[in-house]
Design a protein around this ligand. Structure first.
Ligand code: ADP
Ligand code: ADP
Length: 231
């Protein structure tokens, strides 16, 4: 149960600028939703409100049937993957993967189990003892995704995670993230994902549905096949 619902969600910044204009959206349990639109259309503001990193001005957000307005990020059952991988430079891959669980006081045995499982899923097992500076860009991004997976969140949030990678790596990471989503679903793990990008290829190849935003409004929400049916 990790459906995400926005009701009349609104954001007015403190300078008076209205960035999000009362949007309504239902993201189904297990769905991979891509949010696309030009720079400045409020993709990131919307994602940050869902994450609890930005206050909401009006309306509501619920996750798994529970209204999360005002809840801090750690109490929302979410995990976020950023474009700058935000890995801790002095910690090994293993420690980076397990750090969030350690903070949450998860037992050593469970941390090891969950870290090993995430490493397996992302083919990071041979890299567990490396430091971030000993990783390629693609490997570092896989660790960033792994850090989200070990938390076993209800909802994954992706903020342009591939925009720092070269074209070839982007292509392989698209497939990897899509496959991972399918694997998590098959094993009955919650996998509802909201993926923000300005890249049409990512939207078309990864999204179960695509939400098109413009100037703080939702213009369309539909499957890639329906959205791109007409030239
Ligand atoms: P607060 O957290 O106090 O509400 P804001 O996050 O609204 O502060 O930002 C403070 C100020 O920074 C705003 O009034 C705005 O002028 C400016 N600002 C920050 N980021 C942007 C941005 N991306 N576009 C325009 N103005 C911005
Ligand atoms: P996107 O992620 O689609 O590029 P953003 O959510 O970053 O768009 O920004 C949406 C709009 O809100 C933009 O016009 C931006 O300048 C404005 N904005 C973002 N942050 C602030 C802020 N702190 N204060 C005022 N305006 C902001």
């Amino acid at each position: 149960m990790s459906k995400v619902v926005f009701e009349n969600l609104t954001k007015v910044y403190s300078n008076g600028f209205k960035a999000v204009h009362g949007i309504n959206l239902e993201i189904e349990d297990g769905e991979f939703l891509v949010v696309i639109g030009p720079s400045g259309c409020a993709k990131s503001t919307t994602l940050r409100m869902l994450a609890g990193l930005e206050s909401i001005t009006g309306g509501s957000i619920s996750i798994g049937g529970k209204v999360v307005n005002g809840l801090p990020p750690k109490d929302r059952g979410i995990a976020m993957v950023f474009q700058n991988y935000a890995l801790y430079p002095h910690m090994s891959v293993r420690e980076n993967l397990g750090f969030g669980l350690k903070l949450a006081k998860v037992s050593k045995a469970d941390i090891e189990k969950q870290v090993n499982e995430a490493a397996e899923l992302l083919e990071l097992t041979p890299l567990l003892d490396r430091l971030p500076r000993q990783l390629s860009g693609g490997q570092a991004q896989r660790v960033a995704v792994g850090r989200a997976i070990v938390k076993r969140p209800q909802v994954f949030l992706f903020d342009e995670p591939l925009s720092n990678l070269d074209a070839k790596l982007r292509a392989s990471m698209r497939v990897r993230i899509s496959d991972l989503h399918k694997t998590l679903k098959k094993t009955n793990r919650s996998a509802t994902s909201v993926y923000v990008t300005h890249d049409q290829t990512e939207a078309m190849t990864m999204g179960d549905r695509i939400c098109v935003m413009k100037d703080g409004h939702i213009m369309q929400v539909d499957t890639p096949a329906n959205l791109y049916k007409y030239p």
